[in-house]
Design a protein around this ligand. Structure first.
Ligand code: DGL
Length: 267
């Protein structure tokens, strides 16, 4: 039994889609969320910069005495997870393994599409994990650079988002994929447009669900679940106040929340 909070972080508001699944799977747990809105996007930055920024965020979250940290960002999971786990004495849950495992379970024809930021696609993290799980699988990755700004802008369900999704997905659909991984935590915010562009025969895989289950399994196995049943409100911290935060909370979490500003660059 452990009543300490869980840290969750992303480059921005995308990780709210993971926080939403954690809240559903573990309603007794308190979440402290950090989004690095001042330095977003991470997906176009180098591994060195992503790792350096992530270390500052981890130090910030550890100041809340968190019991585990969820890296609610594919770019950080694919580029910096090993470095973070080596440096900090805390359990990290990343999103690539659960995403790849869900995809391996869902695909029937072993031809799959991965969407993600440039840094995630270039890391080939999904391809490596999927090949380990399912030798012979064909993986078509596409960097979808415009999805993050669309999501941060709150343009999640409109014709522009749909046409953008179509442009990115059509080439992988032509290759015969039967599933698409939403390999960036911002992308589930655009679910309706991505689903419409993919059509009815392609499964859309959101790794957030399996990530929340991984966290639950870990806390259960270590007897670290919070037994306290009173509802705990999550706390949100951003490195820059974004006017769209409340709107995106509404889409991801079903209601508006206030965010606090936190300066972490000195850490
Ligand atoms: N949400 C992040 C991810 O899952 C990336 C967004 C960004 O480029 O900062 O990869």
């Amino acid at each position: 039994m452990d009543t300490r909070p869980i840290g969750v972080f992303d480059s921005g508001v995308g990780g709210l889609t993971v926080a939403a699944e954690i809240i559903k799977a573990l309603p007794n747990e308190k979440i402290v969320y950090f989004g690095d809105t001042a330095r977003l996007p991470y997906g176009t930055k180098s591994k060195e910069a992503v790792t350096r920024f992530s270390k500052q965020i981890v130090k910030f979250l550890m100041s809340f005495d968190v019991k585990a940290i969820v890296i609610a960002c594919n770019t950080i999971s694919s580029n910096s997870y090993d470095d973070l786990q080596k440096e900090f004495d805390i359990k990290f849950i990343e999103v690539i393994t659960p995403g790849a495992e869900s995809c391996a379970k869902e695909t029937k024809n072993k031809i799959v599409g991965i969407t993600g930021t440039q840094a995630t696609i270039e890391s080939h993290a999904y391809e490596k994990k999927l090949t380990e799980l399912m030798p012979g699988i064909k993986v078509h990755g596409v960097a979808c650079g415009l999805f993050v700004p669309l999501a941060e802008e709150g343009w999640t369900d409109c014709e522009i988002a749909y046409l953008t999704a179509k442009e990115y997905l059509d080439p992988m659909i032509e290759k015969g994929i039967d599933s698409i991984v939403l390999g960036c935590t911002h992308y589930p915010l655009l679910y309706n447009c991505i689903k419409r562009a993919a059509g009815d025969n392609i499964k859309i895989i959101n790794p957030a669900y399996a990530t929340a289950l991984k966290l639950k399994e870990y806390l259960t196995s270590k007897d670290m679940l919070n037994p306290n049943e009173e509802i705990k409100e999550p706390d949100f911290y951003l490195s820059d106040q974004t006017p769209k935060f409340k709107e995106i909370c509404k889409i991801a979490l079903g209601r508006e929340y206030e965010a606090n500003k936190a300066d972490i660059e000195c850490l």
